[in-house]
Design a protein around this ligand. Structure first.
Ligand SMILES: Cc1cc2nc3c(=O)[nH]c(=O)nc-3n(C[C@H](O)[C@H](O)[C@H](O)COP(=O)(O)O)c2cc1C
Length: 420
Protein backbone atom coordinates (compact mmCIF):
# COMPACT_ATOMS: atom_id res chain seq x y z
CA UNK A 1 0.00 0.00 0.00
CA UNK A 2 1.07 3.65 -0.40
CA UNK A 3 3.22 5.44 2.17
CA UNK A 4 1.15 7.14 4.84
CA UNK A 5 1.81 9.49 7.73
CA UNK A 6 1.12 7.78 11.03
CA UNK A 7 1.14 9.48 14.41
CA UNK A 8 1.88 6.88 17.09
CA UNK A 9 1.08 7.89 20.68
CA UNK A 10 2.50 5.75 23.49
CA UNK A 11 1.23 5.88 27.06
CA UNK A 12 2.51 4.31 30.28
CA UNK A 13 2.14 0.56 30.06
CA UNK A 14 4.55 -2.38 30.20
CA UNK A 15 3.19 -3.31 26.79
CA UNK A 16 5.19 -0.44 25.26
CA UNK A 17 7.72 -3.00 24.01
CA UNK A 18 5.02 -4.45 21.70
CA UNK A 19 4.26 -0.96 20.40
CA UNK A 20 7.96 -0.58 19.50
CA UNK A 21 7.71 -3.76 17.43
CA UNK A 22 4.58 -2.40 15.67
CA UNK A 23 6.35 0.90 14.97
CA UNK A 24 9.30 -0.96 13.54
CA UNK A 25 7.04 -2.96 11.22
CA UNK A 26 5.16 0.16 10.04
CA UNK A 27 8.46 1.89 9.22
CA UNK A 28 9.73 -1.19 7.38
CA UNK A 29 6.51 -1.19 5.35
CA UNK A 30 7.33 2.28 4.11
CA UNK A 31 5.20 4.50 6.35
CA UNK A 32 6.38 7.72 7.92
CA UNK A 33 5.88 7.38 11.67
CA UNK A 34 6.17 10.14 14.25
CA UNK A 35 5.83 9.41 17.95
CA UNK A 36 4.42 11.10 21.01
CA UNK A 37 5.07 9.53 24.41
CA UNK A 38 3.67 10.52 27.77
CA UNK A 39 6.18 10.92 30.64
CA UNK A 40 4.80 7.61 31.99
CA UNK A 41 5.43 5.92 28.63
CA UNK A 42 9.06 7.04 28.75
CA UNK A 43 9.42 5.09 32.00
CA UNK A 44 8.80 1.93 29.94
CA UNK A 45 10.59 2.69 26.71
CA UNK A 46 13.39 5.11 25.91
CA UNK A 47 13.17 8.21 23.77
CA UNK A 48 16.31 6.96 22.02
CA UNK A 49 14.51 3.75 21.00
CA UNK A 50 11.61 5.65 19.48
CA UNK A 51 13.91 8.11 17.74
CA UNK A 52 16.04 5.26 16.46
CA UNK A 53 13.03 3.40 15.08
CA UNK A 54 11.41 6.38 13.36
CA UNK A 55 14.30 8.72 12.62
CA UNK A 56 12.41 11.62 14.23
CA UNK A 57 12.46 12.97 17.79
CA UNK A 58 9.75 11.86 20.20
CA UNK A 59 7.46 14.60 21.52
CA UNK A 60 6.31 14.59 25.13
CA UNK A 61 5.69 18.12 26.30
CA UNK A 62 2.77 20.25 25.14
CA UNK A 63 4.84 23.34 25.94
CA UNK A 64 8.20 22.21 24.55
CA UNK A 65 10.15 25.18 23.07
CA UNK A 66 9.77 25.22 19.29
CA UNK A 67 6.95 22.67 19.38
CA UNK A 68 4.16 24.72 20.88
CA UNK A 69 1.79 24.21 17.96
CA UNK A 70 2.55 20.55 17.40
CA UNK A 71 -0.81 19.53 18.85
CA UNK A 72 -2.37 21.16 15.76
CA UNK A 73 0.36 20.50 13.20
CA UNK A 74 0.76 16.81 13.96
CA UNK A 75 -2.96 16.08 13.60
CA UNK A 76 -2.98 17.86 10.23
CA UNK A 77 0.12 15.95 9.11
CA UNK A 78 -1.15 12.53 10.14
CA UNK A 79 -3.32 10.37 7.88
CA UNK A 80 -4.11 8.23 10.92
CA UNK A 81 -3.41 8.37 14.64
CA UNK A 82 -3.00 5.36 16.94
CA UNK A 83 -2.71 5.43 20.71
CA UNK A 84 -0.82 2.28 21.59
CA UNK A 85 -0.56 1.09 24.26
CA UNK A 86 -3.48 3.13 25.61
CA UNK A 87 -3.66 3.20 29.40
CA UNK A 88 -6.87 3.36 31.41
CA UNK A 89 -5.76 6.83 32.47
CA UNK A 90 -5.46 8.15 28.92
CA UNK A 91 -8.69 6.50 27.72
CA UNK A 92 -10.60 8.05 30.62
CA UNK A 93 -8.93 11.40 30.02
CA UNK A 94 -9.93 11.36 26.33
CA UNK A 95 -13.51 10.56 27.30
CA UNK A 96 -13.51 13.53 29.68
CA UNK A 97 -12.19 15.84 26.95
CA UNK A 98 -9.14 16.89 28.97
CA UNK A 99 -6.43 18.72 27.05
CA UNK A 100 -3.75 19.53 29.63
CA UNK A 101 -1.24 17.10 28.11
CA UNK A 102 -0.09 16.45 24.55
CA UNK A 103 -2.25 13.33 23.83
CA UNK A 104 -5.36 15.08 25.18
CA UNK A 105 -4.73 18.24 23.14
CA UNK A 106 -4.05 16.17 20.01
CA UNK A 107 -7.26 14.23 20.56
CA UNK A 108 -9.41 17.34 20.75
CA UNK A 109 -7.63 19.09 17.89
CA UNK A 110 -7.65 16.22 15.43
CA UNK A 111 -9.64 16.21 12.21
CA UNK A 112 -12.44 13.77 12.98
CA UNK A 113 -12.83 12.82 9.34
CA UNK A 114 -9.50 10.98 9.75
CA UNK A 115 -9.13 7.71 11.65
CA UNK A 116 -8.15 7.70 15.33
CA UNK A 117 -7.39 4.26 16.76
CA UNK A 118 -6.96 3.23 20.36
CA UNK A 119 -5.25 -0.03 21.35
CA UNK A 120 -5.94 -0.52 25.09
CA UNK A 121 -3.53 -2.35 27.39
CA UNK A 122 -4.19 -2.80 31.07
CA UNK A 123 -4.87 -5.07 34.00
CA UNK A 124 -8.20 -6.99 33.62
CA UNK A 125 -9.82 -5.21 36.58
CA UNK A 126 -8.90 -1.80 35.16
CA UNK A 127 -10.35 -2.84 31.78
CA UNK A 128 -13.57 -4.19 33.33
CA UNK A 129 -14.07 -1.15 35.56
CA UNK A 130 -17.30 0.72 34.73
CA UNK A 131 -15.33 3.98 34.42
CA UNK A 132 -13.14 2.49 31.69
CA UNK A 133 -16.02 0.73 29.94
CA UNK A 134 -18.13 3.90 29.97
CA UNK A 135 -15.21 5.84 28.46
CA UNK A 136 -14.69 3.21 25.78
CA UNK A 137 -18.36 3.44 24.82
CA UNK A 138 -18.15 7.22 24.71
CA UNK A 139 -15.10 7.11 22.46
CA UNK A 140 -16.81 4.62 20.13
CA UNK A 141 -19.76 6.98 19.96
CA UNK A 142 -17.38 9.70 18.79
CA UNK A 143 -16.08 7.54 15.96
CA UNK A 144 -12.86 6.32 17.65
CA UNK A 145 -11.90 2.81 16.55
CA UNK A 146 -11.02 0.53 19.47
CA UNK A 147 -8.74 -2.43 18.77
CA UNK A 148 -9.91 -5.56 20.56
CA UNK A 149 -8.01 -6.40 23.74
CA UNK A 150 -6.48 -9.85 24.10
CA UNK A 151 -7.30 -12.33 26.83
CA UNK A 152 -4.74 -14.22 28.90
CA UNK A 153 -2.01 -13.54 31.42
CA UNK A 154 -1.18 -9.85 31.75
CA UNK A 155 2.16 -8.41 32.84
CA UNK A 156 0.90 -7.98 36.41
CA UNK A 157 0.35 -11.73 36.69
CA UNK A 158 -3.45 -11.65 36.60
CA UNK A 159 -5.46 -13.42 33.92
CA UNK A 160 -8.36 -11.95 31.96
CA UNK A 161 -9.12 -9.39 29.28
CA UNK A 162 -6.87 -6.38 28.84
CA UNK A 163 -3.76 -7.49 26.95
CA UNK A 164 -2.52 -5.26 24.15
CA UNK A 165 -3.21 -6.58 20.64
CA UNK A 166 -0.26 -8.29 18.95
CA UNK A 167 2.08 -6.11 16.81
CA UNK A 168 1.00 -7.76 13.54
CA UNK A 169 -2.67 -7.06 14.39
CA UNK A 170 -1.84 -3.45 15.27
CA UNK A 171 -0.11 -2.95 11.92
CA UNK A 172 -3.00 -4.64 10.10
CA UNK A 173 -5.57 -2.41 11.88
CA UNK A 174 -3.66 0.77 10.96
CA UNK A 175 -3.29 -0.27 7.34
CA UNK A 176 -6.96 -1.31 7.15
CA UNK A 177 -8.18 2.16 8.12
CA UNK A 178 -5.69 3.79 5.78
CA UNK A 179 -6.91 1.63 2.91
CA UNK A 180 -10.36 3.17 3.22
CA UNK A 181 -10.67 6.42 1.35
CA UNK A 182 -10.95 9.36 3.75
CA UNK A 183 -13.99 11.01 2.31
CA UNK A 184 -16.19 13.61 3.74
CA UNK A 185 -19.91 13.09 3.98
CA UNK A 186 -22.07 14.99 1.52
CA UNK A 187 -25.23 15.81 3.38
CA UNK A 188 -28.43 17.62 2.48
CA UNK A 189 -30.20 18.99 5.57
CA UNK A 190 -33.74 20.37 5.33
CA UNK A 191 -35.12 22.63 8.03
CA UNK A 192 -37.86 25.05 9.00
CA UNK A 193 -41.53 24.96 8.13
CA UNK A 194 -43.38 25.30 4.83
CA UNK A 195 -45.78 28.20 4.40
CA UNK A 196 -48.94 28.38 2.26
CA UNK A 197 -50.25 31.78 1.13
CA UNK A 198 -53.93 32.39 1.82
CA UNK A 199 -53.87 35.74 0.04
CA UNK A 200 -51.25 38.38 -0.69
CA UNK A 201 -50.39 38.96 2.98
CA UNK A 202 -51.78 36.11 5.04
CA UNK A 203 -50.29 32.62 5.37
CA UNK A 204 -50.91 29.19 6.80
CA UNK A 205 -47.69 28.16 8.55
CA UNK A 206 -46.31 26.13 11.45
CA UNK A 207 -44.16 27.04 14.45
CA UNK A 208 -40.91 25.38 13.34
CA UNK A 209 -37.89 27.63 13.90
CA UNK A 210 -35.37 25.55 11.94
CA UNK A 211 -32.93 25.53 14.87
CA UNK A 212 -32.45 21.77 14.79
CA UNK A 213 -31.63 21.62 11.09
CA UNK A 214 -29.36 24.67 11.34
CA UNK A 215 -27.58 23.15 14.37
CA UNK A 216 -27.03 19.86 12.55
CA UNK A 217 -25.79 21.62 9.40
CA UNK A 218 -23.39 23.84 11.38
CA UNK A 219 -22.00 20.91 13.36
CA UNK A 220 -21.42 18.75 10.28
CA UNK A 221 -19.80 21.69 8.47
CA UNK A 222 -17.47 22.30 11.43
CA UNK A 223 -16.48 18.63 11.20
CA UNK A 224 -15.35 19.18 7.63
CA UNK A 225 -18.31 17.60 5.83
CA UNK A 226 -19.82 19.02 2.68
CA UNK A 227 -23.28 20.29 3.68
CA UNK A 228 -26.15 21.98 1.87
CA UNK A 229 -28.87 23.42 4.11
CA UNK A 230 -32.25 23.71 2.41
CA UNK A 231 -34.19 25.85 4.87
CA UNK A 232 -37.37 27.87 5.13
CA UNK A 233 -36.79 31.53 4.26
CA UNK A 234 -37.58 32.67 7.81
CA UNK A 235 -35.76 29.78 9.54
CA UNK A 236 -32.52 30.02 11.50
CA UNK A 237 -29.46 30.12 9.23
CA UNK A 238 -26.43 27.83 9.57
CA UNK A 239 -22.76 28.80 9.61
CA UNK A 240 -20.29 27.98 6.90
CA UNK A 241 -22.31 25.81 4.52
CA UNK A 242 -24.12 26.43 1.25
CA UNK A 243 -27.75 27.41 1.86
CA UNK A 244 -30.87 27.48 -0.26
CA UNK A 245 -34.26 28.65 0.90
CA UNK A 246 -37.87 27.71 0.22
CA UNK A 247 -41.19 29.23 1.15
CA UNK A 248 -44.01 26.93 0.09
CA UNK A 249 -44.41 23.18 0.00
CA UNK A 250 -44.16 23.31 -3.80
CA UNK A 251 -40.81 25.11 -3.65
CA UNK A 252 -39.40 22.61 -1.15
CA UNK A 253 -40.71 19.73 -3.26
CA UNK A 254 -39.02 21.09 -6.40
CA UNK A 255 -35.73 21.84 -4.64
CA UNK A 256 -35.56 18.29 -3.24
CA UNK A 257 -36.11 16.82 -6.70
CA UNK A 258 -33.37 19.01 -8.18
CA UNK A 259 -30.80 18.53 -5.42
CA UNK A 260 -31.31 14.80 -4.88
CA UNK A 261 -31.50 14.30 -8.63
CA UNK A 262 -27.91 15.56 -8.85
CA UNK A 263 -26.79 12.27 -7.27
CA UNK A 264 -24.29 14.22 -5.18
CA UNK A 265 -25.47 13.37 -1.68
CA UNK A 266 -24.58 10.48 0.62
CA UNK A 267 -27.39 11.37 3.00
CA UNK A 268 -30.40 13.57 3.56
CA UNK A 269 -31.38 14.68 7.06
CA UNK A 270 -34.99 15.70 6.60
CA UNK A 271 -35.67 17.89 9.63
CA UNK A 272 -38.04 20.30 7.84
CA UNK A 273 -41.54 20.64 9.24
CA UNK A 274 -43.50 20.06 6.06
CA UNK A 275 -47.09 21.32 6.25
CA UNK A 276 -49.57 18.46 6.16
CA UNK A 277 -52.09 20.59 4.27
CA UNK A 278 -52.13 22.83 1.27
CA UNK A 279 -54.88 25.38 0.61
CA UNK A 280 -57.27 24.22 -2.08
CA UNK A 281 -59.72 27.09 -1.87
CA UNK A 282 -60.50 30.21 0.11
CA UNK A 283 -64.21 30.53 0.77
CA UNK A 284 -65.57 34.02 1.30
CA UNK A 285 -69.22 33.74 2.21
CA UNK A 286 -70.53 31.14 -0.26
CA UNK A 287 -67.95 32.02 -2.97
CA UNK A 288 -64.92 29.70 -3.30
CA UNK A 289 -61.75 30.96 -4.98
CA UNK A 290 -58.11 29.84 -5.20
CA UNK A 291 -55.55 31.21 -2.75
CA UNK A 292 -54.33 34.33 -4.47
CA UNK A 293 -52.09 37.32 -4.57
CA UNK A 294 -54.80 39.86 -3.81
CA UNK A 295 -55.51 40.87 -0.22
CA UNK A 296 -58.80 39.73 1.23
CA UNK A 297 -60.56 42.75 2.61
CA UNK A 298 -61.15 42.51 6.34
CA UNK A 299 -64.73 42.76 7.47
CA UNK A 300 -65.93 40.08 5.06
CA UNK A 301 -67.58 37.27 6.92
CA UNK A 302 -67.27 34.43 7.23
CA UNK A 303 -63.94 33.30 5.64
CA UNK A 304 -63.08 29.61 5.55
CA UNK A 305 -60.20 27.59 4.10
CA UNK A 306 -60.64 24.33 2.27
CA UNK A 307 -57.48 22.26 2.88
CA UNK A 308 -56.12 19.30 0.97
CA UNK A 309 -53.52 16.89 2.34
CA UNK A 310 -49.99 17.30 1.02
CA UNK A 311 -48.07 14.19 -0.04
CA UNK A 312 -45.41 13.03 2.44
CA UNK A 313 -42.11 14.21 0.97
CA UNK A 314 -40.06 11.95 3.23
CA UNK A 315 -41.63 8.89 1.57
CA UNK A 316 -40.18 9.78 -1.82
CA UNK A 317 -36.70 11.06 -0.96
CA UNK A 318 -34.88 7.88 -1.88
CA UNK A 319 -36.79 7.56 -5.16
CA UNK A 320 -35.70 11.06 -6.15
CA UNK A 321 -32.02 10.38 -5.51
CA UNK A 322 -29.71 9.55 -8.38
CA UNK A 323 -27.45 7.98 -5.74
CA UNK A 324 -29.29 4.72 -4.95
CA UNK A 325 -27.27 4.36 -1.73
CA UNK A 326 -28.71 7.57 -0.24
CA UNK A 327 -29.11 7.34 3.54
CA UNK A 328 -32.31 8.92 4.86
CA UNK A 329 -32.77 10.38 8.34
CA UNK A 330 -36.44 11.14 9.05
CA UNK A 331 -37.94 13.00 12.00
CA UNK A 332 -41.06 12.19 13.98
CA UNK A 333 -42.52 14.79 16.31
CA UNK A 334 -45.19 13.79 18.81
CA UNK A 335 -46.90 15.82 21.51
CA UNK A 336 -47.27 14.16 24.90
CA UNK A 337 -47.37 10.67 23.34
CA UNK A 338 -46.91 7.67 25.62
CA UNK A 339 -44.28 5.04 24.74
CA UNK A 340 -46.65 2.75 22.83
CA UNK A 341 -48.11 5.56 20.73
CA UNK A 342 -44.63 6.96 19.97
CA UNK A 343 -43.35 3.50 19.01
CA UNK A 344 -46.26 2.97 16.59
CA UNK A 345 -45.70 6.39 15.04
CA UNK A 346 -42.01 5.61 14.51
CA UNK A 347 -42.76 2.15 13.07
CA UNK A 348 -45.30 3.61 10.65
CA UNK A 349 -42.78 6.19 9.48
CA UNK A 350 -40.13 3.49 8.88
CA UNK A 351 -42.66 1.40 6.94
CA UNK A 352 -43.76 4.30 4.73
CA UNK A 353 -40.50 6.08 4.10
CA UNK A 354 -37.88 3.31 4.15
CA UNK A 355 -35.75 5.67 6.27
CA UNK A 356 -32.46 4.39 7.69
CA UNK A 357 -33.02 6.20 10.99
CA UNK A 358 -35.93 8.01 12.59
CA UNK A 359 -35.27 10.74 15.15
CA UNK A 360 -38.21 10.90 17.51
CA UNK A 361 -38.81 13.85 19.77
CA UNK A 362 -41.79 14.93 21.79
CA UNK A 363 -42.88 18.52 22.24
CA UNK A 364 -43.80 17.89 25.85
CA UNK A 365 -40.17 16.95 26.69
CA UNK A 366 -38.55 20.01 25.15
CA UNK A 367 -36.58 22.34 27.39
CA UNK A 368 -35.08 25.63 26.35
CA UNK A 369 -31.84 26.63 24.67
CA UNK A 370 -29.82 23.87 23.08
CA UNK A 371 -31.74 21.09 24.85
CA UNK A 372 -33.23 18.65 22.38
CA UNK A 373 -34.28 15.42 24.06
CA UNK A 374 -34.63 12.90 21.24
CA UNK A 375 -34.17 9.23 20.43
CA UNK A 376 -32.55 7.85 17.29
CA UNK A 377 -34.33 4.69 16.16
CA UNK A 378 -33.24 2.11 13.60
CA UNK A 379 -35.53 -0.05 11.46
CA UNK A 380 -34.68 -3.25 13.37
CA UNK A 381 -36.29 -1.79 16.49
CA UNK A 382 -34.72 -1.81 19.97
CA UNK A 383 -34.65 0.96 22.53
CA UNK A 384 -32.91 3.56 20.35
CA UNK A 385 -30.11 5.95 21.31
CA UNK A 386 -31.01 8.91 23.52
CA UNK A 387 -29.60 12.39 22.92
CA UNK A 388 -30.02 15.38 25.19
CA UNK A 389 -28.89 18.23 22.94
CA UNK A 390 -28.74 19.14 19.26
CA UNK A 391 -24.94 18.76 19.26
CA UNK A 392 -25.24 15.30 20.73
CA UNK A 393 -27.80 14.40 18.10
CA UNK A 394 -25.49 15.76 15.40
CA UNK A 395 -22.51 13.77 16.72
CA UNK A 396 -24.53 10.56 16.87
CA UNK A 397 -25.91 11.00 13.36
CA UNK A 398 -22.42 11.82 12.04
CA UNK A 399 -21.10 8.62 13.57
CA UNK A 400 -23.87 6.50 12.02
CA UNK A 401 -23.59 8.11 8.60
CA UNK A 402 -19.80 7.79 8.62
CA UNK A 403 -20.02 4.11 9.56
CA UNK A 404 -22.66 3.51 6.86
CA UNK A 405 -20.50 5.30 4.30
CA UNK A 406 -17.79 2.63 4.69
CA UNK A 407 -20.16 0.10 3.19
CA UNK A 408 -21.23 1.86 0.00
CA UNK A 409 -19.64 3.37 -3.06
CA UNK A 410 -19.21 7.14 -3.00
CA UNK A 411 -21.42 9.11 -5.37
CA UNK A 412 -19.37 10.65 -8.14
CA UNK A 413 -21.75 13.26 -9.46
CA UNK A 414 -21.11 16.95 -9.08
CA UNK A 415 -23.56 19.19 -7.31
CA UNK A 416 -22.60 22.22 -9.31
CA UNK A 417 -25.34 22.11 -11.93
CA UNK A 418 -28.07 21.49 -9.35
CA UNK A 419 -27.26 24.44 -7.12
CA UNK A 420 -29.55 27.36 -7.77
C1 LIG B 1 4.89 -1.27 36.25
C2 LIG B 1 3.66 -0.53 35.84
C3 LIG B 1 2.90 -0.99 34.81
C4 LIG B 1 1.75 -0.32 34.40
N1 LIG B 1 1.02 -0.83 33.36
C5 LIG B 1 -0.14 -0.22 33.03
C6 LIG B 1 -0.92 -0.75 31.97
O1 LIG B 1 -0.58 -1.73 31.32
N2 LIG B 1 -2.07 -0.12 31.69
C7 LIG B 1 -2.51 0.97 32.37
O2 LIG B 1 -3.60 1.46 32.08
N3 LIG B 1 -1.76 1.51 33.35
C8 LIG B 1 -0.59 0.95 33.70
N4 LIG B 1 0.17 1.48 34.70
C9 LIG B 1 -0.27 2.74 35.33
C10 LIG B 1 0.01 3.93 34.43
O3 LIG B 1 1.38 3.96 34.04
C11 LIG B 1 -0.38 5.21 35.15
O4 LIG B 1 -1.78 5.23 35.32
C12 LIG B 1 0.09 6.46 34.45
O5 LIG B 1 -0.33 7.57 35.18
C13 LIG B 1 -0.46 6.53 33.06
O6 LIG B 1 -0.13 7.77 32.48
P1 LIG B 1 -0.38 8.09 30.95
O7 LIG B 1 -1.73 7.59 30.63
O8 LIG B 1 -0.26 9.58 30.87
O9 LIG B 1 0.71 7.42 30.20
C14 LIG B 1 1.35 0.85 35.09
C15 LIG B 1 2.13 1.34 36.11
C16 LIG B 1 3.28 0.66 36.49
C17 LIG B 1 4.09 1.20 37.61
Amino acid sequence: MSRSNILFILTGSVAAYKACEAISQLVQRGHRVRTVATPAALRFTGAATLEGLTGTPVLTDLFAPGAALEHINLTRWADAVIVCPATANTINRFAAGLADDLPGALFLAHDRAKPWLVAPAMNPAMWAHPATQASVEKLRGWGVRLLPVGEGRTACGETGEGRLAEPADIVAAVEAVLARPVRRLRVLVTSGGTTEPIDGVRVLANTSTGRTGAGLATYLTERGHDVVLLRARAAVAATGCHEETFFTFTELDAALTRLLGSGHFDAVIHAAAVGDFGIEAVLVGDRAGPPGAAKLESGFAPVALRLRPNPKLVDTLRARSRNPELRVVAFKLTNGADTAVARTAVENLFARSGADWVVHNDLAERGGGEDFPATIHQPEGGPGARCATRRELAAQLEQRLTAARQTFQPPTHSLHAALS
